[in-house]
Design a protein around this ligand. Structure first.
Ligand code: FES
Ligand code: FES
Length: 114
């Protein structure tokens, strides 16, 4: 799992704020701009934002597309999404404990269907 760092340096929006906004339903750069204040002024950040938006589980490298597809094919709990895609089942390499940081986002994708 990536550590926190500043993404939009103009408006000082960090990675964790962006992940939090995604967990509240943001799926596009425009929605992120609304919820977090990312300025979207530079192309470099836009690429980075697209990358962040397209990924659900950093531990298992599972994309948003894969999770949405799993939900569309009937996975209606975080556990079922994990069984199909692996998302949410990562283990912290240092502590050996379950990561689970993306579970809130997985639940939100189930809730919204996108
Ligand atoms: S500094 Fe804000 S989007 Fe690049
Ligand atoms: S980000 Fe660690 S389990 Fe998904």
């Amino acid at each position: 799992m990536a550590k926190n760092r500043e993404i939009c340096t103009t408006n000082k929006v960090d990675y964790l704020s962006i992940r939090k906004a995604m967990t509240s339903g943001a799926r596009t750069v425009d929605e992120l701009a609304e919820l977090t204040g990312v300025c979207t002024e530079c192309e470099g950040c836009k690429n980075e934002l697209d990358n962040i938006l397209s990924s659900v589980c950093g531990c298992k490298k599972v994309s948003l597309e894969a999770v949405v597809n799993a939900v569309k094919s009937g996975a209606d709990t975080v556990e079922k999404v994990g069984e199909i895609t692996g998302a949410g089942t990562g283990v912290d390499q240092e502590t050996g404990e379950e990561c689970g940081k993306c579970k809130g986002l997985i639940q939100n994708i189930i809730d919204l269907g996108r």
